[in-house]
Design a protein around this ligand. Sequence first.
Ligand SMILES: [Cu+2]
Length: 156
Amino acid sequence: MKRVLRVVVLVSLLSLSVVTVSSCAKVAASPSLRQITAGGATLVNVDVNSYIITPNTLAVPAGKVTFHVSNRDAIVHEMLVVHAQSKSFDLPYDFSISRVVENQINKPGEVPNIEPNASGDVTLDLPPGRYVLLCNLVGHFQAGMHTLIDVLPSDN
Ligand SMILES: [Cu+2]
């Protein structure tokens, strides 16, 4: 438990810059710029490379969201979609296994085992809130594989 608390403090300090960035997210979520899948979900294209997760938008409207995750790295990754437990990406973390503790988080879904130069999709029905996109393969979260995305209340 001590270890978990320590990492929360550390991660909170590191994340201050990320929180400022996401305040510009409203523009990206405007309907005119939004990509919609054939099934009517909002499409979020996510690139994974060099331990960095980069979605093409920082905010989407609530409802069906399809994450299309492309692994541009030379190693396997995964991408979990997790409810944030604060304004930032601090989540319960176990240093003894170098992973986020998955039975202590609320995870609507994931794209598992994305091979290099491959991609995968997951479509989720997301209520408004802040979410963390992360890779939970051993050591990857700690190496920086996490980012935030906001799901905003839809207008209609
Ligand atoms: Cu990874």
